[in-house]
Design a protein around this ligand. Structure first.
Ligand code: XMP
Length: 514
């Protein structure tokens, strides 16, 4: 394991991903963790992340010197670099000499462990106020900038390295190479962490956890639950039952994907609950977005729990486990606890009767989203599932502005299928994070089709580009593709006589309309 010590801000997760891209397993720990606890994890190398503080600020995160004396290779970046410099006796000045953004770096010692084989002049991403003016004793200065005399240093004997900049961001042109030099050359690690290994490791862990008991997994049609279920299926086979609640709010072909393709790829035992009527009845007459969400969430939990009870009542070993597709970013953001928690409420799965407690099986707890997709591929899941873009739990229910009815759902499904087909055909699935297709069911406008006047509904296209859905921008997609989608929808979906483009970023607009 490589430990990434998190000094705040958003850098630690990115660093952890970069380490894994180098095929070395990494884990994030908070900088508040005592050093002996970090060392107890037996790390093969430690990376100190950047952070928003200045080493001179009151209350700035500190680190015990013992970390540098444990004989473990350490790589400090940005704040981690400055902390390392200060603790080991170098000089960091609050000079007011700031550098932000792309900065030219001059490598003064090309043969260094970190910079070997990289050019003398390279572009790096800086973000700091303080600057290191003297390296600690025993360290060689390996790079500088026009502003900072000591922009990188290393003590190869003690395996301690540092850079003032952010090698983990794309704008640092040789960042990944330098990180790999630390891992492979500095720390002597080998690139052995592969998707094949992850699958093997998880299968063994799941078998050990579940034993001969049974487990239940809710499938949503999304990537995470599908990959989690496929892993557990591989581990325990028929001891797993998957439940898929068909609430009738899915897009065209998605339920079939789960019922046929997923089952064919995994051989999983699947219980499909057809609850379309029930959801439609519960949603009748409701047009307030929050009320819709609440109703859908509530009904989902009820139907899912009913299915669980039926499975509990079947003959066979005790059902003691619930599989969930929790990902590593959720784990880090909720405090990074290890071990298995008991059931907690989740917006897509929901609570359970008071007297039943499942233990959670969370085989994706260590993984980032892109790694989950790779594992899914490794397990032979179809691309339509593994590469699927985000889709909200309440489904099309929150993409009909107005009351949800069967007719409106069918109409939206057709329009959405056309848009998705054309976007995929145009090769835009990667550039576009997701493209909600929204029916303005309570709006009508006048149109002319054939020889007659129409009074139909508008469809909104909401293509967005994003990294994490927290912020987003509307995708500047080619006019020809927009034209094709518009023509096809107005031709093929009779109730629609107008297609409009949502060109609002987030903020101020959310990605979904409700
Ligand atoms: P907004 O509309 O808040 O959406 O900008 C951000 C991201 O979250 C998805 N989304 C949901 N996902 N249950 C989910 O599982 C929900 O209730 C829900 N609401 C929004 C949305 O599709 C986008 O990716």
């Amino acid at each position: 394991t490589v430990l990434v010590v998190d000094f705040g801000a958003q850098y630690a997760q990115l660093i952890a991903r970069r380490v894994r891209e180098a095929r070395v397993y990494s884990e994030i720990v908070p900088s508040s963790m005592p050093v002996d606890e970090m060392l107890a994890k037996n790390p093969k190398a430690i990376i100190l992340s950047g952070g928003p503080s200045s080493v001179y600020e009151e209350g700035a995160p500190q680190l015990d010197r013992a970390l540098f004396e444990a004989g473990i290779p350490v790589f400090g970046m940005c704040y981690g670099f400055q902390l390392m410099a200060t603790i080991l006796g170098g000089t960091v000045d609050n000079t007011g000499a700031r550098e932000y953004g792309r900065t030219p770096l001059h490598v003064s010692k090309v043969g260094s462990t970190l910079f070997e084989g990289t050019p003398e002049n390279q572009s790096v991403w800086m973000s700091h106020g303080d600057a290191c003016s003297a390296a600690p004793e025993g360290f060689t200065v390996t790079a500088s900038t026009n502003v900072v005399p000591v922009a990188a240093f290393e003590n190869d004997e003690k395996k301690l390295y540092g850079v003032q900049y952010h090698p983990e961001v794309m704008h640092s042109t040789h960042g990944q190479q330098i990180l790999e030099h630390f891992l492979y050359r500095g720390a002597g690690l080998a690139p052995t962490w592969t998707t094949g290994n992850i699958v093997e490791e998880q299968v063994a862990a799941i078998r050990a956890q579940v034993g001969d008991k049974r487990a239940i997994c809710g499938l949503s049609g999304g990537v995470d639950s599908a990959v989690a279920a496929a892993l557990v299926q591989k581990a325990i086979g028929s001891q797993l039952t998957c439940v898929y609640v068909d609430h009738g709010l899915m897009r065209k072909g998605e339920t079939e994907q789960v019922e046929k393709d997923f089952v064919a790829a995994t051989g999983v035992q699947l219980k499909v609950v057809d609850a379309q009527e029930r959801f439609l009845n519960a949603l009748a007459g409701v047009s307030d977005p929050e009320t819709k969400r609440k109703i859908i969430g509530r009904e989902f939990i009820r139907v899912f729990e009913q299915a669980q009870l039926e499975i509990l009542q079947e003959d066979g070993p005790a059902v003691a486990f619930l599989v969930q597709g929790t990902l590593y970013p959720d784990v880090v953001e909720s405090g990074g606890g290890t071990g298995t928690a008991n059931i907690k409420s989740h917006h897509n799965v929901g609570g359970l009767p008071d007297d039943i407690e499942f233990e959670l099986v969370e085989p994706l707890r260590q993984l980032f989203k892109d790694e989950v997709r790779m594992v899914g591929q490794e397990l032979g899941l179809p691309d339509e599932i593994v590469q699927r873009q985000p889709f909200p739990g309440p489904g099309l229910g929150i993409r009909i502005v107005g009351e949800v009815t069967k007719e409106r759902l069918d109409l939206l499904r057709e329009a959405d299928a056309i848009a998705r087909h054309e976007l995929t055909a145009a090769g835009l699935d990667r550039e576009i994070w997701q493209c909600p297709v929204v029916l303005l069911a309570d709006v009508r406008s006048v149109g002319v089709q054939g020889d007659g006047r129409t009074y139909g509904h508008p469809i909104v296209l909401r293509p967005v580009s994003s990294e994490d859905a927290m912020t987003a921008d509307w995708t500047r997609m080619p006019y020809e593709v927009l034209a094709r989608i518009s023509t096809r929808i107005t031709n093929e979906v009779p109730e629609v006589n107008r297609v409009v483009l949502d060109c609002t970023s987030k903020p101020p607009g959310t990605i979904e309309w409700e």
